[in-house]
Design a protein around this ligand. Structure first.
Ligand code: 1CP
Length: 347
């Protein structure tokens, strides 16, 4: 038996309730800052093998929940599994990050097959089902995917990049063929997200980590519009699906994602104030503690958490970082953050 969603603080807030204390989870809450993660990681050869081995991925998902009692678990996986399932040949190299067979033009798009994404990612859904069965009834399970632009940017570049120049050049110079790449990604992403909901994920997050690489015109065309289509596609099969969008680097245009994508909530990044003008009052917000503050800890952490909660009082709000937990983070500081949220938020 699954528990009633009403028991889960995160889902109540995603539906528009304002809760005291607010729910708290952290982007990249699983990972190298935890000694138990490093021990587990050494059991798989490649990072993707790790993601595709349910036994290991389940354990990585649960580690931060056991240690900190967060309000949500996020599936342990990566945004690039969709690129891998499309046939982009993804590998992760130690210390270098992801390496992909670059998609360099229309010819390469033809070999990307979006119709078999959910079939190829079956081990990921097995992980979702197993985590679902093991989580406490009050802990939500978040499924996720990269937004089409961010995943396309890695596929075109073939690796990470400071500014994703090749992807931008293609999107600007040959929008017709770039649209075909984005269309495949929209289809593959919808299939992947629906399969996670089918397997028992309570809600979803779309990571648009490279929204900041676009200009206002291309942001509308290649970020906002594809995200809108992904959300519409998911809700065609799962009406009312709760979907958070994290448009990192969208700056003053962050509010457009709230108004134009159909998102249930918006993740605010570290560089953008939670009180940004132009964010509709009823928008559910998530964020945005600087991950470096979580590394530093001490009074700075205490004061920053208190200030976020004070600023968001009376609004539907989810405590999180403004980007992922970094490996330098002392685990005790995460424990302290959770304690502060429960104490400040409750008082
Ligand atoms: O061996 C390792 O431990 C590798 C480090 C690692 C981890 C822990 C990578 C490689 N991915 C992950 C897991 C991961 N990635 C999760 C798991 C759940 C959790 O949050 O705990 C999630 C949600 C992601 C999402 C992800 N992957 C994003 C979006 C969020 C963000 O950070 O902006 C992106 C951009 C990636 C790509 C990626 N995965 C890994 C690396 C090194 C990179 C490249 C990052 C870059 O371009 O700088």
């Amino acid at each position: 038996m699954t528990s009633l969603p009403a028991n889960k603080a995160l889902l109540r807030v995603l539906r528009g309730d304002s809760l005291q204390p607010p729910p708290v989870w952290l982007m990249r809450q699983a990972g190298r800052y935890l000694p138990e993660y490093r021990a587990l990681r050494s059991k798989a050869s490649g990072f993707l093998d790790f993601c595709y081995t349910p036994e290991l991925a389940v354990e990585a998902t649960l580690q931060p929940i056991r240690r900190f009692g967060l309000d949500a678990a996020i599936l342990f996986s990566d945004i690039l599994v969709v690129a891998d399932a499309l046939g982009a040949g993804v590998a992760f190299r130690e210390g270098e990050g992801p390496v992909l067979e670059p998609v360099t033009g229309p010819g390469d798009i033809d070999r990307l097959d979006s119709s078999r994404v959910a079939e190829r990612l079956a081990p990921v859904y097995e992980t979702v089902r197993a985590v679902r069965a093991l989580l406490p009834p009050t802990t939500a399970l978040i499924g996720f995917a990269g937004a089409p632009w961010t995943v396309a940017a890695y596929m075109v570049e073939g690796r990470t990049s400071r500014d994703f120049f090749e992807a931008r050049r293609w999107a600007l110079g040959n929008p017709e063929s770039f649209r075909q790449l984005v269309d495949r990604l929209v289809e593959g992403t919808v299939a992947h997200l629906c399969a996670q909901l089918d397997a028992g994920a309570d809600c979803l997050q779309l990571f648009e980590s490279w929204a900041g690489a676009l200009n206002p015109a291309t942001r509308r065309l290649w970020s906002i519009e594809p995200i809108r289509r992904v959300i519409e596609g998911v809700r065609r099969k799962h009406p009312g699906a709760l979907i958070t969008v994290f448009p990192r680097g969208a700056g003053v245009e962050t509010g457009l994602y709230a108004r134009e994508t159909g998102a249930s909530a918006i993740g605010i990044d570290t560089t953008t104030p939670l009180t940004l003008p132009g964010l509709p009052k009823k928008t559910v917000l998530q964020g945005n503690l600087d991950p470096a503050i979580l590394v530093v800890g001490g009074d700075l952490l205490d004061e920053s958490v208190a200030a976020m909660i004070r600023d968001m009082q009376g609004r539907p709000y989810i405590v999180n970082l403004g980007h992922g937990v970094v490996p330098e983070t002392p685990p005790e500081h995460v424990g302290r953050l959770v304690e502060l949220v429960r104490r400040n938020g409750g008082g």
